[in-house]
Ligand binder design. Structure first.
Ligand code: SF4
Length: 60
């Protein structure tokens, strides 16, 4: 199970970073979020999935 962000969908709103900063971060110089802990089981991952306005976050 890995957490992934669809970078074509991400609009860089930073909601996932605010909800779950231990797992998500903004990419340097880009309006896109990245996953820094793809194997995390943190509860806030689901909050970020639910909170993403464009449903760009998923678990595979
Ligand atoms: S919440 Fe969704 S759209 Fe916003 S930065 Fe995170 S992945 Fe991108």
């Amino acid at each position: 199970m890995a957490i992934v962000i669809d970078h074509d969908e991400c609009i860089g709103c930073e909601t996932c970073v605010e909800l779950c900063p231990e797992v998500f971060a903004m990419m340097d110089g880009e309006e896109k979020a990245m996953v820094k802990a793809p194997d995390s089981n943190a509860d806030c991952v689901q909050d970020a999935i639910d909170g993403c306005p464009v449903s760009a976050i998923s678990k595979e």
